[in-house]
Design a protein around this ligand. Structure first.
Ligand code: GDP
Ligand code: ZN
Length: 302
């Protein structure tokens, strides 16, 4: 998009493919340029552009790159930048179809927190809710300090507030396929007309398809990024040492552990474990923490 928010189709100058494709601090980055990047480009005769500079990113979120059929590149550090220069991340989940998965939500939260970007949570499809299940999760994440929205696209509920928070910001809508990201964005901005509920045929056959996130200019200074076709979200670059900082409600306890190398797993005198036992930290969140901690150790990514 140029300064007037016109879309200009761009290619990357060859040097990026060589220089950035990429071995930087022994980390591999899948794509040198990401949605949300600010770039310089030359305008070609045919109206297309050639990107020759990518400005430093204010922030970005990334995940472990996914190989074909959903398996990660085991043992390698492959980073895929999902989007950059963000003001908000709306993590979209659904209460059912697909079933609400707090472990997955916590993994995505960690990704957002590690990038230092404001995280908001949307629990969609509350029309499918039974027994106030959604309210239970609303209460948990609100008590931690997250802004949580309960929405139903079908019943057109809960989206007005979201619209206010989006304004003058660059907003990422992130979550696995099927939770209703595109449907929500269509309801928020009628003109968008995004495809809903479509899984590409290539995907169904299990072939590798590139997930193409797209940014849309929806209002003055306001952008939304849709991320269709996401099957897996695994945080990238999280270490055993820093993981606990991305569980924000753990923070007040981290200095009180007996050992300053405490991973809050089984160490004696652990203030986090103590807070879990006394009910100050929610057990579900602690289990998520332990699960992620175990993944970091098992896969030897770091
Ligand atoms: P995305 O993959 O996250 O972009 O999800 P889509 O927007 O494509 O929606 C996936 C499916 O969920 C579609 O069949 C939608 O009609 C349906 N859906 C979206 N929002 C809701 C909702 O609030 N309630 C119900 N019952 N279905 C919804
Ligand atoms: Zn501890």
């Amino acid at each position: 998009m140029d300064r007037n928010n016109q879309i200009i189709r761009c290619n990357l100058r060859g040097k990026f493919k060589k220089e950035l494709h990429l071995k930087k601090d022994k980390q591999f980055i899948i794509d040198p340029v990401a949605v949300g990047d600010h770039v310089k480009f030359n305008l070609n005769f045919d109206g297309s552009g050639t990107i020759n500079y990518i400005y430093p990113r204010k922030n970005y979120i990334s995940r472990k790159a996914v190989k074909s059929r959903g398996s990660s590149y085991r043992g390698e550090r492959l980073e895929q930048i999902v989007a950059s220069n963000l003001d908000n991340i709306f993590i979209v989940t659904s209460i059912d179809q697909p079933k609400f998965n707090n472990r997955l939500l916590d993994r995505i939260i960690v990704t957002g927190e590690s990038a230092g970007i404001s995280v908001k949570i949307i629990i969609n499809k509350i029309d499918l809710d039974e027994d106030d299940y959604a309210m239970k999760w609303f209460n948990l994440y609100s008590s931690i300090g997250y802004k949580v929205f309960l929405t139903s696209v079908i019943e057109k509920k809960g989206v007005d507030q979201i619209k206010k928070i989006l304004k003058n910001k660059k907003n990422l809508f992130w979550g696995i396929s099927g939770v209703g990201k595109s449907s929500l964005l269509n309801l928020l901005f009628n003109s968008l007309n995004l495809n809903v509920g479509e899984i590409s045929t290539a995907n169904k056959k299990g072939k590798h398809t590139t997930v193409t996130s797209k940014m849309f200019y929806v209002d003055k200074n306001t952008f939304v990024i849709d991320t269709p076709g996401v099957r897996e979200i695994d945080p990238y670059g999280i270490t055993k040492e820093n993981l606990s900082y991305y569980f924000v409600e753990f923070k007040p306890f981290l200095d009180d552990c007996k050992f300053n190398t405490c991973t809050h797993f089984h160490e004696p005198g652990c203030a986090v474990i103590n807070a879990v036992e006394t009910g100050i930290i929610n057990q579900e969140r602690y289990i998520s923490y332990l699960n992620i901690l175990a993944t970091i150790e098992d896969n030897l990514y770091f």
